[in-house]
Design a protein around this ligand. Structure first.
Ligand code: SAM
Ligand code: FES
Length: 345
């Protein structure tokens, strides 16, 4: 075993240069050792359990124009939609009956969902379901807004940092967005008491082993409760339409490395991973992930929330999705459980 791999396993930490070297010099043997260690750690903490999150994509309106994203505001080919509070609650009812104990409300940064509207929705879910975790993933908002949503009953917040390299961030986002604000939001969310999720795309344009090393160092230092990583996949209506998608092997390697850096982290095997490879989510779980996020959005809006091309599961009802997921996880020896699935620290 290489000294660097041993150091990572023994100390859960490397310097920036060492992370970069780990990525540059990785070979099949290193990857196997790291994967085995990641699976060992995952099993020590979470056994063979796989936590499920019911994803409700409740608006595809967005005021931002992230260069990689299919629903960015400049894309005029998107048919925009918003779910009503009633429709969102119907998704939750269906999800609860199917065994979901976490609902993830995700959307673009849609000004229509101001604090009053969004807190009402969160409160509505909370009043009905005391035993679920409510996760929000609606981008950058003010501290006051995050506080109100937390008081209304939200527990978790997903806000991928996207890249921990300021210059790289600039190449993925327009001038109106800032790396500093994104990172500050993550810190504010943590201070308020949310379980917080950071994360990044693998293989995004201009990403390098150096920028990835910065992502790994950021994860090591910030210690998010959740970490969403999945391959970048081009979308036909973005300036990155001709870029290559992120790779399976690198995504799996990074999942394992992140498990070792921060063993308790809640780590999803993402839909994007399942999109670049038919068995991507199973492989993600086998590399150290412990969460999957089946879609609970109504089928009639599924094909309007397309962040990237060829997204899977856009035609299946929630019940089909969960059964498909259970079978997939069982096929690799893991078990989907009915549980809120909080981080075990
Ligand atoms: N608006 C919220 C935000 O900014 O955090 C949540 C929705 S946003 C669409 C969710 C995530 O989708 C982003 O954080 C990004 O990493 C991912 N994403 C967007 N476009 C993508 C693409 N082309 N390929 C893979 N992932 C993508
Ligand atoms: Fe806002 Fe993608 S640009 S959700």
């Amino acid at each position: 075993m290489k000294d660097l791999v041993k150091k990572l396993i023994d100390t859960h930490s490397l310097s920036l240069l060492e992370y970069e070297k780990l990525l540059c010099d990785r070979n099949d043997e290193d990857m196997e050792v790291i994967k085995e260690e990641a699976v060992k750690l995952r099993k020590e903490i979470y056994g063979k359990k796989v936590y499920i999150r019911g994803l409700i994509e409740f608006t595809n309106y967005c005021k931002n124009n992230c260069y990689y994203c299919g629903i960015r505001c400049a894309n005029k080919n998107v048919e925009r939609y918003r779910l009503t509070e009633e429709e969102i609650l119907t998704c939750c009812d269906m999800g609860y009956n199917l065994g979901f104990r976490t609902f993830v409300l995700q959307g673009g940064e849609d000004p229509y969902f101001d604090d009053d509207r969004l807190t009402n929705i969160v409160r509505g879910i909370r009043e009905k379901y005391k035993d679920v975790a409510i996760t929000l993933s609606v981008g950058e908002r003010t501290k006051e807004s995050y506080e109100k949503l937390f008081e209304a009953g939200a527990n978790r917040y997903l806000l991928r940092h996207e890249t921990a390299d300021v210059e790289h961030y600039r190449k993925l986002h327009p001038e109106s967005m800032s790396y500093e604000n994104r990172i500050n939001c993550l810190k504010v969310l943590k201070d308020i008491g949310y379980q917080v999720g950071a994360g990044f795309m693998v293989g995004s344009p201009y990403q390098s082993n150096k920028t990835l090393a910065e992502d790994l160092k950021f994860i090591e230092e910030f210690k998010p409760d959740m970490c969403g990583i999945g391959p970048f996949i081009p979308h036909k209506d973005t300036i990155f339409k001709d870029e290559k998608a992120g790779g399976l092997e690198l995504t799996l390697f990074l999942l394992s490395v992140i498990r070792i850096i921060h063993p308790p982290v809640l780590l999803p095997a993402t839909t994007a991973l399942g999109t670049i490879d038919k068995k991507g989510r199973e492989k993600g779980i086998e590399a150290g992930a412990n969460v999957v996020m089946p879609n609970l959005s109504p089928v009639n809006v599924r094909d309007k929330y397309l962040l990237y091309d060829n997204k899977i599961c856009t035609g299946d009802e929630a019940a089909e999705c969960i059964n498909c997921m259970k079978r997939r996880m069982e096929s690799v020896g893991y078990e989907v459980v009915i549980d809120r699935g909080d981080i075990i620290k």
